[in-house]
Design a protein around this ligand. Structure first.
Ligand code: ZN
Length: 265
């Protein structure tokens, strides 16, 4: 019996078209088969919109909504738009919100945009108006100022719920800024941190303790567990939470209840 044995995986990439991430197909069923000991409740399925290709963007979004329906809610659909698609991106947010997505995924590296671009603020604002949290891939080897840009974005659109995936990667010590911000009454604590990929990377490393300490500065109630499957191994990344020193109650919050509250599940 695993502990916790009911989880919400905030970060998965089931293959919905013919483009595998690592060269090997990773259909949604392959993910579900990994869970023999875990009573999996839900996994957030992410897609990523290309730029200037609205028909493919719509197709991806339709496919992820369809996955949510065909899996009877085991997969929770997050849609995507390209911020630099302008008004078309805003219209697509309205459309997918109506179609039942539970959030948006944006990826500054892969989609090749700057977090400080005003177009990003517009997309995040519209998502907030549609009550959709926005999950960002939050590590860029090419933009050292990116962590501060996320803070600025959260301050500019305080009503938005923002998830920073991968805990800022190797820039995780900068997570301490969220502990500092939390001292101010005007800071709404609308930023969550997803530990996917990095928990597994650091749990058995010399960085385990500093990583766990940095996560605690964000607050246990703002941490989310994710596997980044197929890039990460869901069972090993669950074990990583324990190896990082989170106790039972904390693991339940990180791997289940925080996400349930965020997603309204
Ligand atoms: Zn990912």
């Amino acid at each position: 019996m695993r502990d916790p044995d009911t989880v919400i995986d905030i970060h998965t990439h089931p293959m919905l078209d013919d483009r595998p991430i690592l060269g090997v197909p990773h259909p949604p069923e392959a993910y579900l088969q990994l869970y023999r000991e875990v009573t999996l409740l839900h996994a957030v399925a992410l897609v990523m919109a290309p730029r200037n290709d609205l028909s493919r963007t719509r197709r991806l979004n339709d496919q992820v909504v369809e996955l949510g329906q065909s899996s009877r809610g085991r997969f929770v659909p997050f849609g995507s738009v390209h911020p630099l698609d302008g008004d078309a991106a805003l219209e697509e947010i309205d459309r997918v919100a109506g179609a039942g997505v539970k959030g948006l995924k944006l990826h500054p590296n892969t989609q090749d945009f700057d977090v400080a671009d005003p177009a990003v603020e517009r997309v995040v604002r519209r998502a907030a108006e549609r009550n959709l949290p926005v999950l960002f891939d939050a590590y860029s080897p090419f933009d050292p100022a990116q962590p501060g840009k996320f803070v600025r974005l959260a301050m500019t659109v305080p009503e938005a719920r923002i998830v920073l995936a991968h805990a800022l990667g190797p820039r995780f010590p900068e997570l301490v800024v969220f502990g500092i911000l939390a001292r101010y009454p005007w800071w709404k604590r609308q930023v969550w941190v997803d530990v996917s990929a990095m928990a597994e990377m650091y749990a058995w490393s010399p960085y385990a303790e500093p990583f766990a300490w940095s996560l605690r500065q964000v607050g246990i109630d703002r941490l989310l567990w994710g596997s980044d499957w197929p890039l990460g191994d869901p069972l090993r990344s669950l074990e990583a939470l324990e190896a990082l020193g989170f106790d039972r109650r904390e693991r339940r919050a990180i791997a289940y209840s925080n996400a349930a509250a965020l997603l309204g599940l």
